[in-house]
Design a protein around this ligand. Structure first.
Ligand code: SAM
Length: 294
């Protein structure tokens, strides 16, 4: 069978099955061989790797993954696509198709079952309506994984790799960079998809850190602080954090902690690096401990 990266082949399959695209599932299928090769190269897939693909669609990227990897498990929510995938992937004996919502899939169990609990690689042209929840779930639930290589909206890729001080910098940059090292692989224009999405896309690889770059006594507290700081972006840290959900610090305590770290208490969250957020978390926990002891 001709590969689905050939647009004529994709159109033929869509016609044959009378498939109509569902916007609510973020269905934009790739039709560019060059982009598909770039995704495989960015993910550094070898015959040693087991890959989990989120949202295979009609199997376009899956065909490339099946050729490059030892095995692939493709999780697709839309049951109308299952018979299509059975046909387009029939030549490959190393692919498992699962009809499930990725947000309800027990990913740790899947990795245990398919790869003996050893780290997998996640590769996907993600449905854009749930990009961030999917990525955060993979990291927060400590799914054994080596890397996540995904097509996302370009603007989201820019936020993931942004540094302190830039306008794209925010809670997503800090969360992603706490768990992984981002590598921006390619910008992908709208004409590489059918139907065309409204905005440009990008391929980004997030290579999981073996050990996070900063160490904090309480990850949740650091992320509560980050969320509060960027929830009200124009406010100073002291104003945004005092009385924020999950935090119990007064303006005086926050001012004191920031000063002890050599930071201006009028600083805004957008100016603080991951390291500075971590230091602030450590400082505030020390203040808590002293209060309990004293
Ligand atoms: N991988 C294909 C490609 O590159 O041409 C299709 C990518 S398309 C952007 C996103 C795919 O994710 C669609 O097939 C859609 O049905 C599927 N999808 C959407 N939400 C999903 C979910 N919650 N769980 C699993 N798959 C989902």
């Amino acid at each position: 069978m001709e590969k689905l990266s050939n647009p004529q082949q994709t159109i033929a399959v869509i016609k044959k099955y009378g498939f109509d695209f569902k916007k609510q599932f973020g269905q934009n299928f790739l039709i560019d061989a060059h982009v598909l090769e770039k995704i495989i190269a960015a993910a550094e897939i070898t015959k040693e790797d087991y890959v989990v693909e989120i949202g295979p669609g009609i199997g376009t990227l899956t065909q490339y993954l099946a050729e490059a990897a030892r095995g692939v498990c493709a999780v697709e929510i839309d049951r109308r696509l299952i018979p299509v995938l059975e046909e387009t992937l029939q030549e490959y004996d190393n692919v498992t198709i699962v009809n499930q919502d990725i947000m309800k899939t027990d990913l740790c169990e899947l990795v245990r079952e398919k790869n003996g609990g050893r780290p997998i690689k996640v590769v996907a042209n993600l449905p854009y309506y749930i990009t961030t929840p999917i990525i955060m779930r993979l990291f927060e639930e400590k799914v054994p994984l080596d890397s996540v290589t995904v097509m996302v909206q370009k603007e989201v890729a820019d936020r993931m790799r942004a540094s302190a001080g830039s306008k794209e910098y925010g809670a997503l940059s800090l969360a992603v960079q706490y768990y992984a090292e981002p590598y921006y692989a390619a910008t992908v224009p709208v004409n590489c998809f059918i139907p065309r999405p409204g905005v440009n896309s990008a391929v980004i690889r997030l290579k999981r850190h073996e050990v996070p770059p900063v160490s904090v006594p309480d990850e949740k507290q650091m992320f509560d602080m980050i969320r509060a700081a960027f929830g009200q972006r124009r406010k100073t840290m002291v104003n945004a954090l005092s009385g924020a959900p999950g935090l119990h610090y007064s303006k005086e305590e926050l001012t004191q902690a920031l000063q002890q770290l050599g930071l201006d208490p009028r600083v805004r969250g957008e100016a603080l690096s991951l390291e500075e957020f971590a230091k602030l978390t450590v400082r505030l926990s020390e203040m808590d401990r002293k209060e309990t002891e004293g």
